[in-house]
Ligand binder design. Structure first.
Ligand code: 4AD
Ligand code: MG
Length: 468
């Protein structure tokens, strides 16, 4: 007899009926009557299940009893046209093997408690649910789309380090990396400070908050690069938009000014959202119908509209006017303030009803490396603000002048010592260049319509939480 190879459920559902097939997966549901059982089988390849029709008289009772929700089975049978509505084809079972039973009494997913919070505690089941299966498939497609986008534009994928000695954002939110024994008295120098010369790298190191600084070295040699990797921030903010470990995409381009940078950011995001609509439609439609009936509309809206481009100063004027008109914000609004997500969302959702790229921020609230404007007060920063999310991208044109960069580093009382390797890019063949960082999970919040960032990453890390 010819051996049959396994076909994934996604492909089975697109097959013409009329041949024997082999399917493997986990039982979503089993229902039926005295004579027939209907099993909904899913293997993670699609949100859709394949229906297995079982003639109960042809199988042993104890085998059928083992086929419960959550069990893993292997089925051989004839792929036939389905008489029921909802699917084109189904499998008429000929042989069934139970790979792994799933005790219905101890099954962790009872119908009553499937809140996202609870699911985070049952890691082995979480991704087997419809919702997280959909989110993880979309996450995968988006990662692929990101590489495809930059690859097609000739950008070089540059691997920047995870362990670093420099704090790119200068915000002091780094996780220290050390092999010093914290249970023992630490080695000290003459001044009484910890002697990192005795540490693994011979200096104080941390997990990176951004690959940008190393990325700038890549861009000023290779032209256009991007990084895509995990980044770490020990910011103690327990919000639905912050993770302690998140993934960031950071393109960095020689010879781009701030306008080129904005154009790229807008084109990039539109490409990704369109890619999701084209390649993840079933999963997005599921999330739309289940949780967020405006999701599809919001995604289509973004691909079709031009983003607003607005100066920070003008943004503040609009917000101040809103306050005068009776809008209440939790945090105050005035020129110089770092905008809160409530302010960003007001501009995007209420005032413009479109994504907004805000530029020309006060230099005091932005990082040292941003190009300074002639007014002496603002820098060529750009934040892309999105509905429901607020800031999804942060970027800037970079300060190309050695003199201005060094002056700014000194003003901010940062140590030049461990930045000399970076400052060298301005000493030797400096060039205008720009870049930005897209928070991968913020993008996924937008594309999936999920409301908590913990629910778009397989294993979320947040303050007081690093399980699994
Ligand atoms: O605005 P940020 O801090 O910019 C940078 O790190 C620059 N070095 C990027 C660059 O120019 N190459 O972070 C960039 C983006 C934010 O807009 C946000 O989407 C995301 O990273 N982000 C976070 N996402 C999840 N959890 C956090 N704690 C995040 N912090 C920033
Ligand atoms: Mg930012």
């Amino acid at each position: 007899m010819e051996t049959i190879v396994r076909t994934k459920v996604k492909d089975l559902l697109a097959c013409e009926p009329g041949k024997d097939v082999l399917a493997k997966g986990w039982v979503r549901t089993k229902r039926g009557n005295k004579n027939v059982a209907f099993i909904a089988l899913n293997d993670g390849s699609t949100i859709n299940n394949i229906q297995i029709v079982v003639d109960k008289t042809a199988f042993a009772e104890d085998l059928l009893a083992k086929i419960t929700t959550g069990a893993c089975i292997c089925v051989t049978g004839a792929l036939v046209e389905s008489v029921g509505s909802g699917q084109a084809v189904e499998i008429q079972a000929k042989e069934i093997e139970v790979y792994g039973e799933c005790d219905p009494m101890r099954f962790p997913l009872q119908k009553k408690d499937t809140s996202f919070e609870y699911l985070r505690t049952v890691a082995h089941m979480r991704m087997r649910t419809n919702t997280f299966g959909a989110v993880m498939r979309i996450r995968n497609q988006m990662a692929f789309a990101i590489h495809e986008y930059f690859h097609s534009k000739g950008f070089v994928y540059l691997h920047t380090p995870i362990i670093t000695e420099s704090d790119c954002e200068g915000a002091g939110q780094m996780f220290q990396v050390t092999t010093l024994d914290l249970e023992q008295p630490l080695p000290r120098n003459k001044k009484g400070a910890v002697d990192y010369g005795k540490d693994f790298f011979g200096k104080q190191t941390s997990l990176t908050v951004s690959g940008q600084l190393e990325g700038e070295l890549g861009a000023t040699a290779l032209g256009e690069i991007y990084t895509f990797g995990p980044t770490f921030r020990a910011e103690n903010s327990n919000t639905p938009r912050h993770l302690a470990e998140f993934w960031m995409i950071e393109p960095e381009m020689a010879f781009y000014d701030i306008k080129d940078n904005m154009d790229l950011a807008e084109d990039f995001i539109k490409y990704l959202v369109q890619y999701a609509l084209d390649n993840c439609y079933d999963d997005i439609k599921f999330l739309n119908d289940r949780y967020d009936s405006e999701l599809l509309e919001r995604l289509q809206g973004v691909t079709g509209t031009e983003f607003v481009r607005l100066e920070y100063t003008e943004g503040i004027r609009i917000l101040e006017q809103a306050v005068k008109d009776g809008v209440q914000f939790e945090y105050p609004v005035y020129w110089g303030v770092d905008l809160q997500s409530e302010h960003e969302r007001y501009l995007v959702e209420k005032h413009f009803r479109r994504p907004v790229i805000l530029t020309g921020y006060p230099k005091e609230i932005k990082a040292f490396y941003m190009k300074q404007n002639e007014d002496g007060k603002t820098v060529r920063a750009m934040d892309v603000l999105f509905p429901k999310i607020g800031e999804i991208i942060g970027g800037s044109e970079r300060e190309a002048s050695l003199e201005k960069l060094e002056k700014r580093i000194d003003e901010l009382k940062m140590s030049r010592n461990n930045l000399e390797w970076y400052i060298d890019t301005r000493r030797f063949g400096s060039c205008p260049h720009s870049g930005f960082g897209l928070g991968f999970e913020r993008l996924l919040l937008f594309v999936t319509g999920m409301s908590n960032i913990r629910d778009v990453i397989p294993f979320p890390r947040t303050p007081k939480n690093a399980e699994f």
